[in-house]
Design a protein around this ligand. Structure first.
Ligand SMILES: Cc1ncc(COP(=O)(O)O)c(C=O)c1O
Length: 510
């Protein structure tokens, strides 16, 4: 690989990128290696980038050269970096070919990472690595994949697809199949669905997209430019962080609890800054499972209105079902809220059907951008989606029941096997947000992969790389596999724990 012309990081630049990295109780070289590894994995340091020399780094951080050498050694052992005489230590490997076996890294957090430099610069997070490289649950016998917050297709979907092919396809095939805004019947079905869950919507306010991820990307592309301020829950859906980072947006992290975004914190931010929009996942938040109550939805809408800020609400983790307040847009002035949704959680991710509800004016601009990208979504998938949405309440309830069974199995397994971990019971959704009693989640995640279970370290779900002691544990796997997955996490913890437990303090307090 020709690395000429690629970036060089000097010691102050790398140190600034790493932030506070030495607060944990692991040895300094481990903490430094973990933090540099995370930055590489997040795409903050592109493949091919030359890292500062060990001597410069040691001088800048005021540490011994041995510590830096040990940290770089760890990164080399994990195939994260390569060193060559005369050309220093560079981030490995910007292979242009995803199948280039020589470019594969050791399993773990630093999963086979063979993305091109361009991918890495585009803000790609480790979730993209997993989608590109991790085999799905059905193809993996010996690795439990606790990284996918999605379910296999629900019962009945196969029949609906057959019915669609039999009954709708002849009519659809008579047309060209290019529909920039989406299949009219589907726009109508989405509008009807949104109206049913409390948000009165007309078909001309709806654009069909290739899943919610494309919806997020399109909305971000329209509303954000390099430097645009965006308020966002911390932690949040890592695909949104990807899209915002790729756009060069500056994220303002807002904490949340099981009742969703903490509005007091948002209020403080709005007092001093003017974000272009607030991205929020109000129902079954990914990864915490929080639900924003009705009163808070109204308050958030009022707050955004008072500050002239848009709200982008992402309803993807939810497809109908009881006891959930109406979308935020239902509490807001028209045109103040953009609503994103998808069939991926309640229907099936493989359909790649999502949507955007926005003002007609904004929707038209976004549709132009989408048309430039793809000329419209698959008509066959859209026709199936119409039938899924006709049964949205059933599919949504089924998905939440399946998710509940998985969450409960995982929670029980954690209670049995890792009682020291703090694993709050989410209100819904397909992930758990687990806090380790101590230690570093990235180091632990790497070890867990060696024990046959894949999870994500907290920082990948954080716009600021925080939550170094948290894990995102997705529970899309079959309950039997979930139990095995948690067993493997417990084995990993047993191997990790003894090294980390601190000697009891001998200090006397009076
Ligand atoms: C909050 C949120 N938004 C968007 C997505 C992406 O959904 P899709 O598969 O429809 O692209 C997900 C999937 O995990 C999600 O949890």
């Amino acid at each position: 690989m020709d690395v000429k012309g690629l970036i060089e990081l000097d010691a102050p630049a790398l140190a600034a990128l790493l932030g506070h990295w030495s607060d944990g109780c692991d040895p300094l070289n481990e903490q430094l290696a973990a933090r540099i590894g995370q930055a590489i994995d997040r795409g903050d340091i592109a493949p091919g980038t030359r890292l500062p020399s060990e001597r410069d780094m040691a001088r800048h951080l005021g540490l011994s050269r041995t510590t830096i050498v040990a940290a770089y050694d760890r990164l080399r052992d994990a195939s994260m970096v390569r060193s060559r005489q005369g050309s220093g230590t560079r981030v490995a490997p910007p292979a242009g070919d995803l199948d280039d076996a020589s470019a594969q890294r050791v399993p773990g957090l630093f999963q086979p990472f063979t993305l091109t430099e361009r991918h890495a610069r585009s803000g790609l997070s480790p979730m993209r690595h997993s989608l590109l490289h991790e085999p799905g649950p059905s193809t993996t016998e010996d690795v439990v994949t606790l990284t996918m917050g999605a379910l296999p297709a629900p019962p009945g979907l196969h029949e609906l697809i057959e019915q669609t092919v039999r009954e709708d396809l002849p009519r659809l095939l008579a047309d060209y199949g290019y529909l920039p805004f989406g299949l009219p019947e589907l726009r109508e079905a989405i509008a009807g669905y949104l109206t049913d869950i409390g948000l009165v919507t007309g078909p001309d306010e709806v654009l069909v997209t290739g899943g919610a991820q494309q919806a997020i990307h399109l909305v971000v592309g329209e509303l954000a430019a390099p430097g645009t301020l965006v308020a966002i829950e911390d932690p949040t859906f890592l695909g949104a962080v990807d899209a915002l980072r790729a756009a060069g947006a500056r994220m303002l992290p807002i904490p949340l609890d099981l009742d969703g975004m903490q509005l007091e914190a948002l209020r403080r931010v709005l007092r001093t800054t003017a974000p272009e929009f607030i991205y929020v996942v109000p129902t079954f938040h990914n990864p915490t499972g929080a639900v924003l109550p009705a009163g808070s939805r109204r308050e958030l809408a009022d707050m955004a209105d008072a500050h002239g800020t848009l709200v982008v609400e992402d309803l993807t983790p939810y497809l109908g079902g009881d006891g959930i307040p109406a979308p935020i847009a239902a509490y807001a002035r028209p045109d103040r809220v953009v609503t994103i949704g998808s069939l991926s959680k309640g229907g099936w991710g493989g359909l790649r059907i999502g949507w955007i509800r926005a003002s007609r004016q904004l929707l038209r601009r976004i549709t132009v951008a989408k048309t430039v990208q793809d000329h419209g979504s698959s008509v066959l998938s859209q026709a199936v989606a119409v039938r899924v949405l006709e049964r949205a309440a059933w599919f949504g309830t089924h998905a939440e029941e399946a998710a509940t069974e998985r969450r409960e199995t995982a929670l029980q397994s954690f209670a049995d096997l890792l009682p020291d971990w703090h694993v709050p019971r989410p209100r819904g959704g397909l992930s758990l947000w687990a806090r380790l009693p101590y230690g570093d989640a990235s180091t632990f995640t790497r070890m867990a992969a060696d024990h046959g279970v894949l999870v994500r370290p907290g920082p990948v779900a954080s716009p600021q790389g925080a939550f170094t002691d948290h894990l995102r544990v997705a529970v899309g796997e079959h309950p039997d596999r979930l139990r095995i997955g948690v067993e493997r996490l417990a084995e990993t913890w047993a191997a990790y724990e003894p090294h980390r437990r601190r000697a009891p303090s001998l200090a006397v307090s009076v």
